[in-house]
Design a protein around this ligand. Structure first.
Ligand code: ZN
Length: 107
């Protein structure tokens, strides 16, 4: 699956159809893991975009709160610190999502 982020056009690995990334579907799995996925409109091949667990969702919520604070912060220095923190947290969340994806895919 190749993904051009600019216009979110994806190419199916199976039938090579090109299509706009559809709105993701969500299914709740064991242990409240959410699976976000979509189907190729041509051949119905399923693609999983990502999984989240409760901790990841909580961390994402906290990030949203940080962004809000960031926008309401007046001084540049504090903003810079906050942005660094947000970026650090983003990396941690990404790492956890990758680990979760791996755990589910290879279990
Ligand atoms: Zn396809």
């Amino acid at each position: 699956m190749s993904n051009n982020k600019q216009d979110a056009i994806v190419t199916c690995n199976d039938c090579f159809a090109e299509f706009l990334l559809p709105k993701l579907k969500r299914t709740v799995l064991k242990d409240l893991v959410y699976k976000f996925y979509f189907y190729c409109p041509d051949c119905n091949h399923e693609y999983v975009s990502y999984y989240t667990n409760q901790k990841i969702r909580r961390d994402i919520k906290r990030q949203e709160k940080r962004w809000k604070e960031y926008r309401n912060t007046m001084t540049e220095e504090v903003q810079r610190e906050m942005l660094a923190k947000i970026n650090r947290e983003d990396k941690l969340i990404k790492r956890e999502m990758d680990a979760l994806m791996e755990r589910i895919t290879y279990s």
